[in-house]
Design a protein around this ligand. Structure first.
Ligand SMILES: Cc1ncc(COP(=O)(O)O)c(C=O)c1O
Length: 492
């Protein structure tokens, strides 16, 4: 059956996608790729559609005016920031038009902004906020650590305690080292793979995100660490095989790094066959298979997608909530690779003033030991699955689709059926104007999610919060029915 979107939605998608690419700097002079936005939407609908271009834009304009009027203090704080930070911002993904909200306080699953509004926090700090904003066990661990003093500049017992807890959840990890961020974890894992294999090339996937210096939203990027990347299509065995059919690529392959589910790339789960194929390919070529589970480590029973799929990578990168809400990253793997970092015998030094920060180690330990037990993980992820199913159910017949796994999910506005979304190319025509409109709508109704539709449930979010969220999405779809409904050709 041929299904078409309502005509104006379709037109806006085409125009928006083309202009959006230009504005994000994806195409420069002569069609060469230049600077790309790693994970932020840089163009607002008002910039790329123009007032006269249809009802979505008109609705967005109205929403933006309303947003501005009710968030004057946030706007003042933002305008002050612009004097000191480029674009008033020090973390690109947090910016959105017309200006971002300023949070003044957070508690449980609630955020409170500078204009006195309260929000249910469904963003969950892009998965790092798993414990919510004031989990008692975490707060107690931090207070206790504070009593013992800061910045020891020495070994301490909580390092090994946290390492042990991580190893229990990830049987593929024999030894682990800590960093300050997921980006650093990627950097060190790739360094280890290159030293270990004495090879250079790294197979990555379009839409993959492994940190600020390892972003493949649109292929390679000038911001990336300068390695020799081979960029394949996510979930495509054919694409992997085609790239590695070049003997130079195959012989020089040091590592394959992959997110078992694309997080920033749209909440797109990797297929078992595809991930299995990567395991076999790495074995055949003597390359290191790295699973980036910085986001996905919280899934299923808290052992990441590797435990669920029963695929053992050689190395794993971690981050986000595992530091209990403090700055954190980790990389670990088999003993023979990780022994490279043994200072008694090893060949690779790994520095980092805050690698064993006392607050991070204490908060991380308390979180895994006392709060995010395997049972708690299973329950949270089951609630996420149920939420995604409910939303897809109420959105039947519309362009709103929700992808993801467990407690991590992403809202898209696309005509592609949810089950056919297997790589970022399948949602390349996403209607960004509708995402932006929904974002402002949700903020107005007290729900905080990412501008790009990303949601990560925290343990503090209640079922009542989720019921309210579903109801609000339902109201949005009803209010904007003419903008979101998919109509069959005969109806147009
Ligand atoms: C899959 C993945 N890897 C790595 C990173 C980088 O982590 P960090 O922001 O702590 O540097 C992220 C961050 O979002 C991520 O999602």
């Amino acid at each position: 059956m041929i299904v078409l979107l309502e005509a104006h939605v379709h037109l806006q998608k085409v125009v928006g996608a083309a202009l959006g690419q230009l504005q994000s700097g994806r195409y420069g002079i002569g069609g060469r790729w230049t600077v790309q936005a790693a994970s932020a939407r840089v163009a607002s609908p008002s910039q790329y559609y123009g007032m006269e271009h249809g009802p979505v834009n008109a609705a967005y304009q109205a929403a933006e005016a309303h947003y501005t009027a009710r968030n004057l203090e946030s706007r003042r704080i933002y305008n002050e920031a612009v004097k000191h930070l480029p674009g008033g911002n020090t973390r690109t993904v947090l910016y959105y038009d017309p200006f971002p909200l300023a949070t003044v306080r957070a508690e449980g699953a609630r955020l409170f902004d500078a204009d006195g509004h309260e929000y249910v926090d469904l963003l969950g700090e892009y998965t790092a906020g798993l414990y919510g904003h004031s989990e008692p066990a975490i707060m107690a661990a931090i207070s206790e650590a504070l009593q013992s003093g800061l910045n020891f500049g020495s070994h301490h017992a909580n390092e090994a305690a946290l390492a042990r807890l991580i190893k229990l959840r990830f049987p593929s990890i024999d030894l682990v080292r800590f960093t300050n961020s997921g980006t650093e974890a990627t950097l060190m894992a790739l360094a280890a793979a290159r030293v270990y294999t004495r090879k250079n090339r790294i197979l990555v996937f379009e839409g993959g995100y492994h940190g600020g210096a390892f972003s493949f939203a649109h292929g390679d990027s000038p911001v990336n660490a300068p390695y020799k990347y081979l960029v394949a299509r996510y979930n495509s065995i054919e694409s992997v095989d085609a790239i590695l059919s070049d003997p130079t690529n195959a012989q020089d392959l040091a590592a394959i790094i992959v997110e078992p589910m694309l997080g920033s790339g749209g909440g797109i789960p990797g297929k078992r066959l595809f991930l299995d194929h990567l395991r076999k390919t790495a074995n055949t070529l003597g390359a290191v298979l790295i699973f980036d589970e910085v986001m996905t480590s919280r899934l299923h029973s808290g052992g990441g997608l590797q435990s669920h799929l029963d695929i053992r990578p050689d190395m794993t990168t971690l981050g986000k909530y595992i530091g209990g809400g403090m700055s954190f990253g980790a990389f670990g793997g088999t003993e023979d690779i990780m022994s490279l970092f043994d200072p008694r015998t090893g060949r690779i030094a790994h520095a980092g003033t805050f690698n064993n920060n006392v607050l991070t180690m204490a908060a991380g330990r308390a979180g895994l030991e006392e709060v995010f037990t395997p049972d708690a993980a299973l329950k949270l992820n089951a609630r996420g699955e149920a939420l995604r199913q409910r939303l897809n159910q109420i959105a039947t017949g519309t362009v709103l689709k929700m992808t993801g796994c467990g407690s991590i999910m992403v809202i898209h506005f696309t005509s592609t059926p949810e089950e056919h979304i297997t790589c970022p190319q399948d949602i390349a025509g996403d209607d960004k104007a509708l995402s932006d409109l929904l974002h402002l709508y949700l903020l107005e109704h007290g729900y905080y999610i990412a501008r790009r539709g990303f949601i990560a449930l925290s343990l503090a979010v209640t079922d009542t919060d989720l019921d309210g969220f579903v109801k609000t999405i339902q109201e949005f779809l009803t209010q904007h029915q003419s903008l979101v409904t998919i109509r069959e050709k005969a109806q147009l």
